[in-house]
Write a protein that binds this ligand. Structure first.
Ligand code: PEP
Ligand code: MG
Length: 908
């Protein structure tokens, strides 16, 4: 808080007001957290010598003071504002409140975070029954002055006095109708004068007082802008965008310039590059004889800036270039200056008053992901920024937009329900309620959305056939979500407000009943379920994308692997640049067709002989899968996790399924059902799964180890590349447990070497996915050659929140601030993060070169990747469609770490 000496009282006072104009400014672009974005950039533009109408910014601190002190102002503010008005008077040669030569001002909000349209702004302050004549004289245009005055009364009364706008609109419409006018421009000075008393009457009837005194108008507007920081809209927007209420907004008071002074005046917005594609062309709209608000409100059809754009669109309305070539040339020049100065694409607002250009705002422009990539790469190739800066200019999560179909932002969305954004991308199709129907419809050439209460392994073929998946229950790590992400299919899960009635084949939502065959669209990037077929945009990967990813790959230190269980996953992952497989969930390889029957036989057989018989059926299938994975990933590491099935996902449910298993085993359905009841678990996530299965039934681990080693030999022969499998034991809590399983693996390696004559090099490691494992990591590392942090289970078990059930309350938890972020998306640093750190330290202490990775869903989350970099993991593993996101995030994490290290070096 800068202090200055108040000469009269000889004690320091705070500077609450910062002036700008005439090539100078007290503030600058680096002062956004005091002056807000608009104020800081107006100051900067003024320093750059650009034509900015002079003004002053009242700091964000005043807003905070105002809220904290019963809506009153600091004592020194009045005098500082008065000085500010004097400053404007000196620069403009006009005086606020003067009857002959009145200065008019705008009062606009502007916080350090962009909050478009959320807060108030009022223009033309200073107009009253007397100054309006002065304005008419100055402009040489009575019509302009009265038009401006009448509109000011309506705007001020609406924004500051809360008089509803429609009262004024009705008067104007009725007047025009009576006169036979169609446009506002038909209104003459006399017409505006005639309407004036009726506007004033509306205010009186609302029992409000429209102040004639300019000072009162000004302070009313300032109060209104500060007050709008706490309006419902702004509060909601801040909540959604995590903007603290304590920041406050600044207020910018600026000399008015008029875009509505006839055919040589106008107002416009311009992006220095296309915010849609990133192309380096001026992307702008312009409106002759209008004020800024007319353009923003969309009440006028904008005109083109360039002649080329006008001709291309076939518009007969003149372009800015055509009617005011000098102002246009100056605008182009200013765009160049601003882009070079800010080293980024700018979003600019300007006004032309009688041929003279004025710059009203500049800021870094919002842009699509596609544009972000292109702009970053082109700015770097133009030499405006470095390659490393280009890497930091693109939000990794936004890359999702580039890899999937997305809903056209211009398209209308009729939202039926909102669930969880479980797997990104948009998809549309006919509703089907079961997987067989999905498959049949697909074969008949239809596109379908599979709608289920929840999905299970039986739905795999339906999920394959569907364009997208919608479930009523389940979180973002539910079966539907995990499998859909692996397949790269859009999925909305946990849409709790829909009701699925399988018998009636209907979906009920918000009082509407949809039938099988009705069309819906789902947006897996934001969780929306939409009625009908909504227009979409195709994904397109550009050359710039490849360039940026290439730059990212050279700076990152963390490797990026994929969680992949099928050849399709593995191929997709390689195409996206994965450097190996970090997690192959072998239970996922058993979901399909006759495999699930064999798995069920294995699980339900009461003795080892029965299990071995079932395992013998599975062995060739597993071996074939592994050969394919090793071949696709040739030369890259592949981590295969031994079986970790939550039993309920694999047990048969329907009578048909029981019969099928009974047939395969030559057993009785009754006995099988009895065995299934015995295996029923109240909480399968904490049940008989992971290595517990291998400890109790070692023959399962043996079969899998055999399949892995035999496949490694075969794939090695096929590709000529050495295959070094990493065998991972899940859900370990003690070293002894790992040792028991490891013993079997080692024995199997030796057996296969003997049989084939080929010794396969391999590693045995474990997942650290239970708190006890993290605590015992020091001992476990004696046997484990690598750790892979299973942060899905580690999060559930550390926080005591089931990942599938979290959907019902986690949102409210975060709203109440009980958890800062969704711990199933971003690593919970206070619990899970601590355990990971501890396990890393203890693991490394025992085995200095232990390989460390993460394969929970967090491996594809940019914020979690920063954490992984900080604790020193070697790689992250994520679903194939997140690989590019992870590559970019890892590069950003490496750059941030470098910057932090540099900042740590003491200066001499
Ligand atoms: C984990 O727990 O983080 C993990 C990767 O295993 P799964 O999600 O298969 O339980
Ligand atoms: Mg797990």
């Amino acid at each position: 808080m800068p202090l200055s000496i108040d000469k009269r009282r000889d004690r320091p006072t705070t500077q609450w007001v910062y002036t700008f104009g005439n090539g100078q400014a007290e503030g600058h672009a680096g002062m956004k957290s005091l002056l807000g974005g608009k104020g800081a950039n107006l100051a900067e533009m003024s320093r750059l010598g650009l034509p900015v109408p002079p003004g002053f910014t009242i700091t964000e601190e005043v807003c905070t003071y105002y809220e904290d002190h019963g809506r009153s102002y600091p004592e020194a503010l009045k005098a500082q504002v008065a000085n500010g008005l004097d400053f404007l008077g000196r620069l403009t040669g006009r005086t606020f409140g003067d009857t002959e030569n009145p200065l008019l001002v705008s009062v606009r909000s502007g916080s350090r975070a962009s909050m478009p349209g959320m807060m108030d702004s009022v223009l033309n302050i200073g107009l009253n029954d007397v100054t309006v004549a002065g304005l008419a004289k100055w402009a040489g245009d009575e019509r302009f002055a009265y038009d401006t005055y009448v509109r000011f009364i309506a705007k001020y009364s609406n924004v500051v006095l809360n008089v509803e706008r429609h009262h004024f609109e009705e008067i104007l419409d009725e007047y025009k109708h009576r006169k036979g006018y169609t446009l506002d421009t038909n209104m003459t000075a006399q017409d505006w004068k005639a309407i004036l008393p009726r506007y004033k009457q509306v205010v009186e009837e609302a029992e409000k007082f429209f102040p004639q005194e300019p000072q009162e108008q000004l302070w009313g507007a300032i109060r209104s802008v500060f007050g709008s920081w706490m309006n419902d809209r702004a509060i909601k927007y801040r909540e959604l965008n995590a903007i603290p209420a304590s920041w406050g907004t600044a207020v910018n008071v600026q000399a008015m310039v008029f875009g509505n002074m006839g055919e040589t005046s106008g107002t416009g917005v311009a992006f220095t590059r296309s915010p849609a594609t990133g192309e380096k062309v001026l992307y702008s709209e312009f409106q002759i004889n209008a004020q800024g608000e007319d353009l923003v409100a969309g009440t006028h059809t904008p005109q083109h800036n360039t002649e080329d754009a006008r001709l291309a669109s076939g518009s007969d309305k003149p372009s800015m270039e055509g009617v005011m070539p000098d102002a246009y040339k100056e605008l182009l020049r200013n765009c160049g200056i601003l882009e070079e100065h800010y080293r980024d694409m700018q979003d600019i607002e300007f006004t032309v008053q009688k041929g003279k250009l004025w710059m009203l705002q500049t800021r870094n422009g919002e842009r699509s992901a596609k544009a972000a990539v292109r702009i970053a790469v082109e700015l770097a190739t133009e030499g405006l920024i470095t390659k490393n800066e280009a890497i930091t200019r693109v939000e990794p999560a936004a890359l999702d937009q580039l890899l999937h179909l997305t809903i056209d932002p211009q398209a209308e969305r009729k939202i039926l329900a909102t669930g969880l954004p479980a797997s990104p991308g948009a998809a549309a199709g006919e509703i089907v309620f079961n997987s067989d129907d999905a498959e049949a419809a697909k074969e008949a050439g239809h596109r379908v959305i599979l709608v289920r209460a929840e999905t299970s392994p039986e739905d795999l073929h339906g999920m394959h056939a569907a364009e997208g998946i919608l479930t009523m229950r389940g979180g973002i790590t539910s079966h539907a979500a995990v499998v859909a992400r692996g397949m790269g299919k859009p999925c909305v899960s946990g849409a709790g407000s829909i009701r699925v009635d399988y018998a009636a084949q209907t979906l009920t939502v918000a009082g509407q009943i949809l039938n099988k065959g009705d069309i819906i669209t789902i947006d897996g990037s934001n969780g929306q379920v939409l009625l009908g077929q909504v227009r979409m945009l195709e994904p397109a990967l550009s050359d710039e994308f490849d360039t940026l990813m290439g730059w990212a790959d050279t700076v990152r230190s963390i490797k990026v692997r994929a969680n992949a269980d099928t050849p399709l996953d593995a191929n997709t992952a390689r195409n996206f640049g994965a450097e190996g497989i970090g997690l192959c969930r072998t239970e996922h390889m058993f979901f399909e067709g006759d495999r699930i029957v064999a798995v069920r036989e294995m699980m339900l057989s009461g003795d080892e002989t029965g299990r071995r018989a079932a395992l013998a059926k599975l062995l060739p299938m597993q071996r074939k899968d592994f050969v394919e994975l090793f071949t696709i990933m040739s030369g890259l590491p592949v981590t295969i996790r031994l079986l970790d099935p939550p039993l309920h996902e694999f047990l048969p449910h329907s009578d048909d399924e029981f019969e099928e298993v009974a047939k395969g085993m030559n057993g009785s359905v009754g006995k099988l059902k009895q065995r299934a009841r015995e295996l029923h678990e109240v909480n399968p996530m904490l049940g008989f799964r992971g290595c517990r299965l291998a400890v109790v039934y070692p023959e399962i681990a043996e079969m899998q180890a055999r399949a892995i080693f035999e496949a490694a030999v075969e794939a090695g022969r096929k590709t000529g590349q050495r295959v070094v499998p990493e065998i991972m034991v899940p859900l370990v809590i003690t070293k002894a447990e790992l040792d028991l399983v490891k013993e079997r693996i080692v024995a199997m390696a030796e057996a296969v070497a003997e049989e084939t004559g080929v010794k396969v090099e391999y590693q045995v490691g474990t997942m650290i996915e239970l708190p006890r494992a993290a605590l015992r990591a020091g001992e476990i590392a004696e046997s484990a050659e690598f750790f892979s942090f299973g942060t899905n289970d580690l999060t559930q078990t550390t926080l005591g929140i089931s990942r599938d059930d979290a959907a019902s309350f986690l949102g409210r938890y975060m709203q109440k601030g009980l958890l800062p972020t969704d711990p199933f998306i971003t690593i919970d640093q206070d619990g899970v993060g601590e355990l990971v750190k501890l396990a890393v330290e203890r693991g490394k202490k025992t085995r200095g070169n232990i390989k460390l990775g993460i394969c929970g869903e967090h491996g594809g989350d940019p914020a979690s990747i920063h954490f992984c970099q900080a604790v020193g993991l070697d790689y992250v593993s994520c679903s194939p469609y997140r690989v590019t996101i992870a590559r970019l995030a890892a590069a950003q994490a490496a750059l941030q770490q470098r910057a932090e290290k540099l900042a740590d070096v003491p200066a001499f």
